[in-house]
Design a protein around this ligand. Structure first.
Ligand SMILES: Nc1ncnc2c1ncn2[C@@H]1O[C@H](COP(=O)(O)OP(=O)(O)O)[C@@H](O)[C@H]1O
Ligand SMILES: Cc1ncsc1CCOP(=O)(O)O
Ligand SMILES: [Mg+2]
Length: 334
């Protein structure tokens, strides 16, 4: 039965893998940052309390996902499409992939949320994605974007630039992609301090810490532009970051083995969209990212290699129930 490893998962994450907030922040940018006139001066990070409202929201969202099996329609790349679908199913949702603009928009309205991933682009996609994202904006459909390979090539840049005024509810990406998207949307500081080291294909060439301010700027843009005023950015890596532009959360866990299986980031985007069917962007992005960190930690124990890890990871997604998920490690930077 799904979720029956609740106790095991809780014990592993709480006792074995609870991070030391100060050690985790040792590499985090510390200092004064002026973002859209909002000073940002992180000095410490604290683990959210057991009764923190965000944990209650995560538990509620995870329970709703298990009860409703929501469908987040996906327009995603053909390298990892199967893994995205399997991750959505294992996390408690449903999956359906399509590349026809009318079909994607119609199904997404019925489905409550959608996922767009620009990993493998085809000539017809530019027009299709413009149609789809405008329909999403007109109809207020929440969706998650994975801007895979942002910064590579003119077509990809044009396609992502066109999303600036009809943006997603959640951007889920690695650090290089967030830095590139910030630049593509004209949100990066003119002094070049937010320049990406990439693009390095679809992998990140940058550390999560170097994308903190970019993530906050992009999140603020989402909130300022979305019809519902909601938005969040999730930056994945060794120590994930989730922000709505105000709150900055850091999530430990996962495993380096996650970089040895293609599609982990794509699948995280798909599951974020699954959660977006049931929760607002910050909650959805945090819940999905914590779930992946916990599942990665569980799956990597005594794991002989990527093949086994792939299967164990799906099993772990399936096994981590709402209560365990809600008690996963979430640090808030203050
Ligand atoms: N070094 C690492 N240690 C632990 N978890 C990691 C590490 N690198 C990536 N992850 C996890 O793998 C998942 C995918 O992240 P990432 O590899 O950054 O995405 P992408 O595949 O889009 O580049 C996330 O859940 C992230 O937390
Ligand atoms: C290898 C590859 N090439 C184009 S999309 C893609 C998959 C990227 O997946 P992820 O970013 O989740 O590792
Ligand atoms: Mg990726």
């Amino acid at each position: 039965m799904q979720g029956d490893l609740e106790v095991r998962s809780t014990r592993q994450v709480e006792k074995g893998n609870r991070p030391d907030p100060l050690n985790l922040l040792a590499n985090t940018i510390v200092g004064s940052h002026d973002i859209m006139n909002q000073p940002y001066a992180p000095s410490s990070a604290v683990e959210l309390g057991e009764d923190a409202p965000l944990r209650t929201d995560i538990a509620r969202a995870a329970t709703a996902v298990r009860e409703h099996t929501p469908l987040a329609q996906a327009f995603t790349n053909f390298v990892t499409i199967n893994f995205v679908a399997n991750a959505q199913l294992a996390a408690g949702g449903a999956a359906a992939m399509s590349f026809l603009p009318g079909e994607v928009a119609d199904m997404s309205r019925a489905a409550q949320a959608a996922y767009i991933n620009v990993g493998t682009l085809m000539p017809s996609y530019e027009g299709a994605l413009a149609q789809i994202t405008h329909r999403f904006a007109d109809e207020g459909i929440p969706w998650c974007l994975d801007p895979v390979g942002a910064g590579i090539g003119e077509a990809r840049t044009r396609i992502l630039a066109a999303m600036r005024e009809v943006p997603p509810s959640v951007v889920r990406a690695n650090a290089s992609e967030v830095l590139a998207l910030e630049a593509i949307w004209g949100l990066a500081p003119a002094d070049g301090s937010d320049a990406t080291q990439g693009p390095a294909g679809v992998e990140s060439a940058d550390e999560v810490d170097s994308a903190i301010e970019a993530a906050r700027r992009v999140a603020r843009h989402l909130r300022a532009t979305r019809p519902d005023g909601l938005g969040a950015v999730a930056v994945s890596g060794e120590l994930d970051l989730v922000t709505d532009g105000e709150r900055v959360l850091r999530l430990a866990g996962g495993s380096p083995m996650m970089t040895k299986v293609t599609g982990m980031g794509c699948a995280l985007g798909g599951v974020t969209a699954t959660y977006l069917c049931e929760a607002e962007p910050l909650v959805a992005a945090t819940a999905a990212s914590v779930l992946f960190d916990m599942a990665g930690t569980v799956a990597s124990e005594d794991c002989p290699g990527p093949g086994t890890f792939h299967a164990r990871f799906l099993d772990a997604l399936w096994s981590i129930g709402p209560e365990a998920l809600a008690q996963g490690s979430i640090l808030e930077v203050e």
